[in-house]
Write a new protein. Structure first.
Length: 296
DNA sequence: GCGTCCAGGTCTACC
DNA sequence: GGTAGACCTGGACGC
């Protein structure tokens, strides 16, 4: 039941559908996207007794927020801040849009380029590890398991993403046998312990002063994080220097730009090099251009 | 139903 | 720095 209704003014070039549907995160719990009415829902940890189940949708130039809890002013402000964060309101895409005018003009025209992210770097990091070396079905199974078995419950019974502390309590065997994380099991356990104990501050990566190259090195110190995972996470932090190439992205490139023939990664890099620090975002937009076809 | 093969990214050991 | 093999799961396929 909706107990708090709020609204936020969106940036002028903001497109809710393109942002919610920007990549697979909308499909991973605790996110839920109802494409029939374009409502994006999930739990938020905003200092209330329990996580707060909240839905957002776009109406008349404003983003409407409906939370299933009575929220005080402080909690309302925190909820707005987290929603602006996940929908990337702070992303200044003007420079990218200008660069894209030549061969990706549709990007600016359609307000594309904002990549949905979780409220915390922690959640994005764990989910990214769960995308490596497996099918999307298995990624969904792992994240669903984490949320269902370890997430705190909101008032409506829906669960949030587990905290590092909660995940650190569980054994490697739990992640292997219950979450079906396979060889990733000890990686998840070790990561949770390090984050919970403060040995690694992954939230600090968001506003890190480190050059991207050095930040990527830091990320790759986490077991289970290689080139693809680090570059994917960097994109979610707003750094698009890397292409985060995985098998799907490569296959899409071969189809669209290489007559469906396999080529070396060097060729893919060359293709997007003129986008400079925006090349990762340029490639992602290029490969996902048709995602909203038949969904409007 | 069972066994085999394969895709998917990263790690470790080795050169 | 580059490479090979192992890691583990689920789906596809053949029998």
């Amino acid at each position: 039941m909706v107990k708090t209704s709020l609204s936020i003014k969106t940036p002028s070039n903001f497109d809710f559908k393109r942002t919610a549907y920007s990549h697979g995160w909308y499909d991973l719990r605790p996110f839920e996207l109802d494409e029939t009415v374009w409502r994006l829902s999930r739990t938020f940890e905003i200092g209330a007794k329990t996580p707060v189940w909240t839905s957002v949708f776009y109406e008349k130039g404003k983003l409407k927020i409906e939370a299933e809890a009575d929220l005080d002013k402080k909690q309302q402000a925190e909820l707005k801040r987290q929603i602006e964060h996940i929908l990337r309101f702070d992303e200044d895409l003007d420079e990218f849009y200008e660069l894209a005018q030549k061969d990706l003009a549709w990007v600016a025209a359609n307000g594309a380029g904002r990549l949905l992210r979780a409220p915390t770097v922690w959640e994005d990091l764990v989910k990214t590890i769960c995308t490596t070396n497996c099918s999307w079905a298995l990624t969904k199974k792992m994240t669903n398991g984490l949320v269902e078995k370890l997430g705190d419950e909101a008032m409506n019974g829906r669960r949030g993403f587990p905290t590092p502390e909660k995940m650190a309590e569980m054994s490697s065997d739990f992640y292997r046998e219950e979450i079906r994380a396979g060889y990733r099991a000890p990686y998840l356990q070790e990561l949770a312990e390090k984050v919970a104990s403060g040995k690694i501050n992954v939230e600090g990566w968001l506003n890190s002063d480190l050059p991207t190259k050095d930040l990527k090195k830091e990320m790759k110190k986490v077991k289970g994080v290689g080139d693809y995972a680090a570059e994917n996470l960097l994109k979610l932090l707003g750094r698009y220097d890397g292409l985060a190439l995985d098998s799907w992205l490569r296959a899409q490139f071969y189809k669209r730009h290489n007559n469906d023939e396999i080529c070396e990664d060097k060729q893919i890099n060359r293709h997007y090099a003129h986008f400079g620090k925006w090349q990762g975002l340029a490639m992602w937009c290029d490969m996902t251009r048709d995602w909203l076809t038949n969904k409007n």
